[in-house]
Design a protein around this ligand. Structure first.
Ligand SMILES: Cc1ncc(COP(=O)(O)O)c(C=O)c1O
Length: 442
């Protein structure tokens, strides 16, 4: 049975297309990068997500990262239910935000933080704060890093945009992006030259310390260390966007893993346990510039929402109680042990950081910059994607997106995935013709 023939799901998607642009609330969900029609989902539990026709999929998308415990974890469901009875939003300081903020502070080391409702809001607000704190306008971002869809960050961004081959978005005035300087990742020389020339103008440097929106572009420690050194030397604010890596690769995210402390850090996804939450925080000296203490305005009707705080708190607590970060690493290692040799036999490779994984469907060393990703990889990915989907396994509908493991994935789930992957890989051309070696940013 193909998803297109699945009648209830198909009918719902047709209705969605009549009322939602492209039938979706976020573009990559529309399957434009892989072709076909997305199944419309109605429920999910553990590692399984189920469409409107009752078809189950073993889920390696995990809602794009928030579900480190899997779907509908009992502790999270219970925490949300308990809070619903007490009220869904207060528009006033609430107990839940104190608990979650204290938990985040304990796990990460942030001195002070503010809750928002999405990762986009977190990065947008952190940049405004850095500008207010330094009195400077320029922001440095890296090609291949995605920080949400704020106007001034839609410049050579990753995620859906690269897939669609767009360097930026329509609707963003040139003037809005003039203060954003874009550099390639892994280019120490370019970084040093930029700081030497314009360091006094740079309010902030923002990056994903584990860039996971344009493949998985793992960086050399020297590059991250240079970023820390140069931003400190020039009094620029170093912002780590840990919306994906936060609470996933370690309790304290990439900051803890690499031992490099940013000035500000942005969170999203896991911190909300599947409800809409983001947060940004860091050094108190900087955070104290936020209203009401300081002159940088930032606000939100649903910020620190009690339901979302309860889901976030229950999620972090359950991960901690399960020794979850070690378990996620062990699951990732198990996946790698099976998948890496299969990919290598085709001339490809697996890139993994803990429970994040990405199949590099081209020959040679895994890329460290966005520019190195071959467009031919996307063609291979389509074949793998549809072969897996036919077998009831969901991976991200784009070659540029990473896969996510959760604590709900079992060894049996991984075995099932690996067997299906072998069958999918067998459908690809032999290694000699496996790729063109063509370089492209996608
Ligand atoms: C690294 C990173 N930053 C920011 C965002 C934006 O978060 P949101 O989609 O919650 O606005 C994302 C979203 O995928 C992300 O991966």
């Amino acid at each position: 049975m193909t998803t297109q023939n699945a009648s209830k799901s198909h009918d719902l998607f047709q209705r969605a297309c009549a009322v939602l642009p492209g039938g979706v609330s976020s573009p990559v969900r529309a399957y434009r990068a892989v072709g076909g029609e997305p199944p419309v989902m109605v429920r999910a539990h553990g590692a399984t997500i189920t469409d409107a026709d009752g078809r189950d999929y073993l889920d390696f998308v995990c809602s794009w990262g928030p579900l480190a415990l899997g779907h509908s974890h009992p502790a999270v469901v219970e925490a949300i239910q308990r809070q619903v009875e007490k009220g869904t939003t207060f528009g006033a300081p609430c107990e839940g935000e104190v608990h979650l903020a204290e938990t985040i502070q304990r796990l990460t080391g942030v001195e002070s933080l503010r809750f928002v409702s999405s990762g986009t809001e977190a990065t947008m607000s952190a940049i405004r704060l850095a500008r207010g704190f330094t009195g400077r306008d320029k922001v440095v971002k890296f090609s291949g890093c995605y920080h949400g869809h704020a106007d001034h960050l839609l410049v050579s961004a990753g995620s859906g945009l690269v897939t669609f081959g767009e360097p930026s978005s329509a609707g963003v005035p040139q003037a809005f992006t003039e203060c954003t300087l874009v550099l390639p990742l892994d280019d120490l020389e370019a970084l040093e030259a930029l700081f030497q020339e314009r360091g006094h103008e740079i309010a902030a440097v923002i990056l994903e310390p584990i860039p996971a929106n344009n493949g998985l572009l793992l960086q050399r420690p020297e590059f991250l260390q240079a970023l820390r050194r140069l931003s400190a030397q020039h009094d620029s604010v170093l912002i780590f966007d840990e919306v994906i890596s936060g609470f996933r690769v370690a309790p304290g995210g990439a900051w803890e893993l690499f031992g490099i402390e940013p000035d500000l850090v942005c969170y999203g996804k896991i911190v909300g346990g599947g409800l809409p939450v983001g947060a940004f925080g860091g050094k108190r000296e900087i955070m104290n510039h936020l209203a009401p203490l300081g002159p940088v305005y930032q606000a939100g009707t649903l910020s620190g929402n009690p339901l979302a705080m309860a889901a976030g708190q229950a999620t972090l607590q359950a991960i901690e109680e399960a020794n979850g970060w070690q378990q996620l690493e062990a699951l990732g290692a198990k996946l790698e042990a099976g998948l890496a040799p299969m990919l290598a036999a085709k001339g490809f490779s697996l890139v993994r950081q803990g429970s994040l994984f990405w199949m590099n469907l081209q020959a040679g060393e895994p890329p460290r910059t966005a520019e190195c990703i071959a467009s031919s990889a996307a063609e291979h990915y389509k074949v793998l994607f549809h072969s897996l989907l036919e077998e009831g396994i969901a991976i991200a509908p784009s070659a540029y997106e990473v896969g996510f493991l959760s604590l709900a994935h079992t060894s049996e789930d991984l075995q099932r995935f690996l067997a299906a992957m072998q069958r999918a890989l067998d459908k690809l051309p032999t290694p000699a013709t496996a790729n063109t070696g063509e370089g492209s940013a996608g």
